[in-house]
Design a protein around this ligand. Structure first.
Ligand code: ZN
Ligand code: ZN
Length: 363
């Protein structure tokens, strides 16, 4: 039994941020944030977070699901079901409210016009990352779900790696990983699984192709699992047999940079330090320009979320942050390598959730 998540406490935490964002209430329309505050996983719904009430409005398709999920989550959320415009319901909520926040990053222009009509008489205020900021620090229940997701991904990778000696295509390996992740108890893969071999490994986010994986090539495998909405993220670089000298040097450099980055993860540490140590190690080998992405990101209900592990980061790591450290080197036309772990910032240092071995040669 996993520890419970404190879903009920989240509304109060978000509410305490409302004043800083110059609003009295928030209309939550990003469905990941709706889930965060209520436990509801349906694909249509609006959540009103007012000064003294949380209200979820959805349609009849979700009538029984919504009540069950809110109750399972232990959230204190009232539900209204309607297949019509929610304007009448929302109008009643405006009695004590003048400024209503919208989630600017996820509201389309069309929806902004619709919400303005529904919330006629109130002032709409754009908010930026308000709930996402609260989501950064995970509680024990959330971490337990991410531990479960990471260990399923570890088991799936261990099961599938031996298949590489049979020179499968990238797609065959990705499909086997996706199937194993689900069979081992995850809802799904955490994102589109990446299997990129040889010159394809120089393209950081390539989808798996029909290319057969050759002996002595670097193969980047980037995968994760979802458990109760929470994700894991892990990359390993492997090779069937010894790679050539340059590829080996690329791998060893990335492996070392990643180890140095992980060592930096601790509460109070500037996030930018984690990026810098990885980048400096890669630059020493003359590959600064070949590390084309940021060093990592937060992980949780979304695969990529706050905090961002990059040179421009101004925040410090906090206990309960869950981040990745994933330096990479990509040499166009030749090869590429990335090594990535998901880590939780602990009271001293960090705890690594993704535990798969980092050996290069699989057979
Ligand atoms: Zn990844
Ligand atoms: Zn990642």
């Amino acid at each position: 039994m996993k520890p419970a998540m404190d879903v009920a406490g989240r509304a109060e935490q978000v509410r305490s941020e409302l004043a800083n964002n110059q609003c009295d209430a928030l209309l939550v329309t990003n469905l990941v944030n709706v889930r965060y505050l209520s436990g509801f996983t349906g694909t249509a719904g609006l959540l009103w977070l007012g000064p003294d009430e949380v209200l979820l409005i959805t349609d009849r398709r979700y009538e029984s699901q919504v009540e069950a999920e809110i109750s399972d989550a232990g959230a204190n959320v009232r539900v209204e079901i309607t297949n019509d415009s929610p304007k009448a319901i929302l109008t009643k909520m405006l009695a004590k409210v003048t400024r209503v926040g919208l989630e600017a990053a996820s509201v389309s222009w069309a929806n902004q016009r619709r919400y303005a009509e529904w919330l006629d008489g109130s002032e709409l205020v754009p908010t930026d990352g308000l709930i996402e900021g609260c989501r950064q620090v995970k509680d024990e229940g959330e971490i337990a779900r991410m531990v479960a997701a990471a260990s399923i991904a570890d088991a799936a990778l261990a099961e599938v790696l031996p298949m590489l000696v049979e020179v499968p295509t990238e797609q065959q390996v990705a499909l086997a990983l996706d199937a194993a992740v689900r069979r081992l108890g995850a809802q799904d893969s955490a994102f589109t699984t990446i299997v990129a071999s040889g010159p394809n490994a120089a393209l950081p986010h390539l989808r798996p192709t029909r290319r057969k994986i050759g002996k002595g090539e670097l193969v980047i495998i980037d995968m994760g699992a979802v458990v109760e909405g929470y994700r894991s993220d892990m990359s390993r670089t492997v090779s069937v047999g010894e790679p050539k000298a340059e590829a080996l040097k690329v791998f060893e450099t990335v492996q070392e940079a990643q180890r140095l980055g992980v060592e930096k993860v601790a509460p109070g540490r500037p996030i930018a330090d984690v990026d810098k140590v990885c980048r400096d190690r890669i630059a020493e080998e003359g590959w600064a320009e070949a590390f084309v992405h940021s060093t990592g990101h937060g992980v949780g209900l979304d695969i990529h979320e706050q905090p961002w592990v990059r040179a421009k980061a101004t925040e410090q790591l906090r206990v309960g942050h869950v981040i990745t450290v994933e330096p990479g080197v990509y040499l166009p036309g030749s090869c590429g390598a990335r090594v990535e772990d998901t880590l939780v910032v602990a009271s001293e240092g960090s705890r690594t959730l993704t535990r798969s071995p980092k050996d290069l040669v699989v057979a």
